[in-house]
Design a protein around this ligand. Structure first.
Ligand code: PLP
Length: 368
C-alpha cells in the first residue's frame, strides 16, 4: 500500500524507533578495525560474558559464573537453543497466554506440546497460581514466564511471583524460562522482579533470558543471552554450535559498551515509552467500544475489541484487515498472540504517528 503512495501508519513491530547508542557503535567499529573479525567462541567472548554477569548482579541481584552464561543470536536463539536441547516428543511446555509466538512455534519444532495458561484481562493479564497448578503435569518440561509481557505489557511483582514460585517448588520436573527481555522497560517505578530472586531454591532450574534488542535499541545487532544451570547452558551451547556458531565479535563489543556505558539513552527511552503508553491509553479510553488495560511495562497496548465485533466484523483478524484497508493503520490481531479478540498496538514509534493513528482507530471504530 505504501508503494502505491498510501499513508499507512504501522504500529506492528516490537522494535524501538530509537538509534543504537553511539558509544556502542563506536566500540563495534573499533573492534572491526582492530581485526576482531575471526570466528568467535560459540558461547560468547569472555569480556561480554563478564559484562553480562556484572549486569545481572547490578540489576537483578543474580550471581552467575562464566560457564553459566551463553551469548546467542538474539533472545530468539536462546529460546531455540533451550527448547531444542531439552524438549522431546510429547513433552509439555506451559505458556501463559497471550504469548509471544516464538515459544509455541519452537516447542512444536522440538516435537513438544504446548499447554496454554490463560491470563485474563480481568486479572491484569497475570497468571494465577491455581491456573498454573492445573497446567502442570508429570510431562511438563518448561514453564515460560515473560514479564513485562509481550503483547500485554503486564508486569509481575515479587508478591505476584511468590504464589507461582510455591507451585513450581512442588514440581521439580520442569525448567523455568524467565524471559526478562523487557525488564528495563517498566513504567511508574515498579521494581522488576524475577522468579529466581523471589525463590532462590528455583535458581538451579531457571534460565533467565535477556538481550540488547529492546533495552538498547539494538534489534539488528542480534545479541541476546541467557544465564542458568551449567548443564543446561552446555547443552544450549552445543545446539548453537551446530546451528549458527558464535555471534560476530564487533556486535558483542558493542553490547559490552552498551552494558557498561552511560545509561542516559536507556532512561530517555524509558521516559518516551511511558509518555507514549499514556498517550495511547488515554486516546483509547475515549473509544466507547474498545476496552483497554493499563500496561505497566514493555511498549505494547493490548485492548479488547470484542464490542467492535458482531456487525460486519467477525474476528480480530477481520478488524485488523479492515483497519488496514479503510483507515490505513497496521496493527497485529490478538489471535497471533493466542488471545482474541484483541489487537496489539506497538508504541515503539514516535508520538505524532501514535496520536494520528489513535485518531484514525477512533474514527474506524465508529464504523463497525
Ligand atoms: N522475548 C520476547 C518476549 C520478545 O518480544 C522478543 C522480541 O520481540 C524476544 C524475546 C527476542 O528478541 P531478540 O531476538 O531480538 O533478542
Amino acid at each position: 500500500m505504501r508503494a502505491d503512495g498510501i499513508d499507512v501508519l504501522s504500529l506492528t513491530i516490537g522494535e524501538p524507533d530509537f538509534a543504537t547508542p553511539p558509544h556502542a557503535i563506536a566500540a563495534a567499529h573499533r573492534a572491526a578495525l582492530a581485526g576482531r573479525t575471526k570466528y568467535p567462541p560459540v558461547d560468547g567472548v569472555p569480556a561480554l560474558k563478564a559484562a553480562i554477569i556484572r549486569d545481572f548482579r547490578r540489576r537483578a541481584g543474580l550471581d552467575f559464573m562464566p560457564d553459566q552464561v551463553m551469548v546467542a543470536n538474539g533472545g530468539k536463539q536462546v529460546i531455540f537453543n533451550a527448547l531444542m536441547a531439552t524438549v522431546s516428543t510429547g513433552d509439555e511446555v506451559v505458556i501463559p497466554t497471550p504469548y509471544w509466538n516464538a515459544y509455541p512455534l519452537v516447542t512444536g519444532l522440538a516435537g513438544g506440546n504446548t499447554v496454554f495458561l490463560d491470563c485474563l484481562q480481568s486479572d491484569g493479564f497475570k497468571p494465577t497460581a491455581a491456573a498454573l497448578a492445573r497446567a502442570l503435569t508429570p510431562r511438563t518440561r518448561w514453564v515460560v514466564l515473560n514479564f513485562p509481557n509481550n503483547p500485554t505489557g503486564a508486569v509481575l511483582t515479587a508478591a505476584d511471583l511468590r504464589p507461582l514460585a510455591d507451585v513450581l517448588l512442588a514440581h521439580p520436573q520442569c525448567w523455568i524460562m524467565a524471559d526478562d527481555i523487557y525488564a528495563r522497560l517498566i513504567h511508574d517505578g515498579t521494581p522488576h522482579a524475577t522468579i529466581s530472586v523471589v525463590e532462590p531454591r528455583l535458581a538451579d532450574r531457571t534460565l533467565t533470558l535477556y538481550g540488547a534488542s529492546k533495552t538498547y535499541a539494538m534489534t539488528g545487532w542480534r545479541v541476546g543471552w541467557a544465564a542458568g544451570p551449567r548443564d543446561l547452558i552446555a547443552a544450549m551451547v552445543n545446539m548453537q554450535g551446530q546451528a549458527t556458531s558464535g555471534i560476530n565479535v564487533p556486535a558483542q563489543e558493542a553490547v559490552i559498551a552498551a552494558l557498561d556505558g552511560p545509561d542516559d539513552a536507556v532512561l530517555e527511552m524509558q521516559h518516551a515509552y511511558r509518555r507514549r503508553r499514556d498517550l495511547v491509553q488515554s486516546a483509547l479510553s475515549t473509544i466507547p467500544n474498545v476496552v483497554s488495560h493499563r500496561p505497566d511495562g514493555a511498549f505494547y497496548v493490548y485492548p479488547d475489541i470484542s464490542q467492535c465485533l458482531g456487525g460486519r466484523l467477525r474476528s480480530d483478524e477481520d478488524f485488523a484487515r479492515a483497519l488496514l484497508d479503510e483507515a490505513h493503520i497496521a496493527i497485529v490481531h490478538g489471535a497471533a498472540f493466542g488471545r482474541s479478540p484483541h489487537i496489539r498496538i506497538s508504541c515503539a514509534t514516535d508520538d505524532e504517528t501514535l496520536a494520528r493513528a489513535c485518531e484514525r482507530i477512533a474514527q474506524f471504530c465508529k464504523t463497525v
